[in-house]
Design a protein around this ligand. Structure first.
Ligand code: NDP
Ligand code: 2IT
Length: 444
């Protein structure tokens, strides 16, 4: 059996009931096949793939907190420190009822390659909890965040592991976590990113994932003889990534006609009103029904449906496996020619294959959404030098990083005989740097 198949079987056997983790590993290993085969003897001897697919450390802990009725609640806390070959562990904290170890491992695994692609010195990690911030008071959210950090603080640090936001973790949660970390350790250091601007945060970090997604998409289209101006874009999600993706798409001259949340979606024939969307989602923390109620051109639909809307470009920005084969068929039938993933692993493997086979330009999340973590690394740099850069400075660095990422994956795909396969290009380019660093550092 080939080394790749052997390791994949081992991963499934050793990590039962973690389908998202298996899926992420399968996608990466499949597209590395050509690289692995060329170095099989050395990699096998060093068990390089087994080490790559096994987290360096997994921290599982209890998070007890008291709700507004005086009732004690208990959540599960996770931090998976996956790979530190090229830098301190770096990756977000997801707060969502669906969080379990398999989800955090898939996200941490993806993060290794994503962080490598940024060209910056950051290793891969991810964490979170099955706590649901939705419907909780600010005090309840603070109680949870403080309890979460009461355990996590001993495992993280500005030079060891630097968490950040993800689903359910935004500026409010990062603020409470930072305050508690500081209280426990007495350290005023860049231990978390996505901080508020008054206490060490970076300008443009809020916008970075969505803006970065569009900078990369723009470059991908340009290199394929297409332009984003005048195109119709569908976006899923209405959180941090979706909002700033929609904003930048419109700045670049496209028309964004949809956004969604976990209960429904909106079609707005006149293009999404970003100021209204921000008011509904960032200020009121409300549902999209409020957007539709305030906007005559918008239609609200229950459930899932953005991929059935005719578009040129689709940007999934909500969650994993939200775009399946049926959705991919609908997109192709409606003439969609580009898909770039703002979320992590939003497209199922069969849907990705279908899109690629039908000539759709497809950029995977580990490249397309890397602008968030890249800007987090820029926040770490600013914290280290005790300086703050201007919005323009950070934004122009972000743009440079995204353009560079696209060319790295384009070049890697071409070099290994898979021109235009940006999934393979991203996995190969991300992997090679990590593999070289792991090999150089010996068996650790
Ligand atoms: P937010 O919490 O800000 O927003 C998430 C959005 O996705 C919300 O609209 C939410 O709807 C929707 N959503 C979440 N889970 C589900 C679900 N199970 N089914 C349907 N809709 C869902 O998160 P972000 O915008 O930060 O993250 C979105 C995606 O981008 C995630 O995959 C994340 O890992 C990825 N990402 C985030 C980065 C960042 O910097 N924030 C960086 C790189 C990737 P509702 O409010 O109803 O739950
Ligand atoms: O998935 C991701 O890259 C993030 N949630 C951002 C991580 C970070 O450290 O900024």
């Amino acid at each position: 059996m080939s080394y790749v198949d052997e390791v994949f079987e081992l991963v499934v056997a050793k990590n039962p009931a973690q389908p998202e983790f298996h899926q992420a590993v399968k996608e990466v290993l499949e597209s590395l096949r050509v690289v692995i085969e060329a170095n099989e003897e050395a990699y096998r001897k060093d068990a390089l793939l087994e080490r790559l697919c096994t987290p360096e450390r997994q921290i599982l802990f209890r998070v007890p907190w008291v709700d507004d009725k005086g009732q004690v609640q208990v959540n599960n806390g996770f931090r998976v420190q996956f790979n530190s070959a090229i830098g301190p562990y770096k990756g977000g904290l997801r707060l969502h009822p669906s969080v379990n170890l398999g989800i955090i491992k898939f996200l941490g695994f993806e993060q290794i390659f994503k962080n490598s692609l940024t060209g910056l010195p950051i290793g891969g990690g991810k964490g979170g909890s099955d706590f649901d911030p939705k419907g909780k008071s600010d005090r309840e959210v603070m109680a949870f965040c403080q309890s979460f950090i009461n355990e996590l603080y001993r495992h993280i640090g500005a030079d060891t592991d630097v968490p950040a936001g993800d689903i359910g973790t935004g500026a409010r949660e990062i603020g409470y976590m930072y305050g508690q970390y500081k209280r426990l350790t007495g350290l005023y250091e860049g231990v978390l990113t996505g901080k508020g601007l008054t206490y060490g945060g970076s300008l443009a970090r809020t916008e970075a994932t969505g803006y970065g997604l569009l900078y990369l998409t723009e470059e991908m289209l340009k290199c394929n003889g297409k332009d984003i101006a005048g195109k119709t874009v569908v976006i899923s999600g209405s959180g941090n990534v979706a909002i700033y993706a929609a904003q930048k798409a419109q700045q670049l001259g496209a028309k964004v006609v949809t956004v969604s949340d976990s209960t429904g979606w909106v079609y707005d024939a006149e293009g999404i009103d970003i100021a209204l969307l921000k008011e509904v989602k960032e200020v009121k923390r409300a549902r999209l029904t409020e957007y539709a109620a305030a906007r005559p051109s918008a239609e609200y639909h229950d459930g899932k449906g953005v991929w059935t809307v005719k578009c040129d470009i689709a940007l999934p920005c909500a969650t994993q496996n939200e775009l399946n084969l049926e959705d991919a068929k609908a997109l192709v039938a409606n003439g969609c020619f580009a898909v770039a993933e703002g979320a992590n692993m939003p497209t199922t493997l069969d849907a990705t294959e279908y899109l690629q086979k039908n000539g759709v330009l497809f950029c995977p999340g580990k490249a397309a959404n890397a602008g968030g973590v890249a800007t987090s690394a820029l926040e770490m740099s600013q914290n280290s030098e005790r300086l703050s850069w201007t919005f323009e400075e950070v934004d122009s660095k972000l743009k440079g990083i995204m353009v560079n990422i696209f060319h790295n994956l384009d070049d890697a795909a071409k070099k290994y005989g898979m021109a235009g396969n940006y999934v393979a290009g991203a996995n190969i380019a991300g992997f090679l740097k990590v593999a070289e660093a792991m090999t150089a550092q010996g068996i650790v």
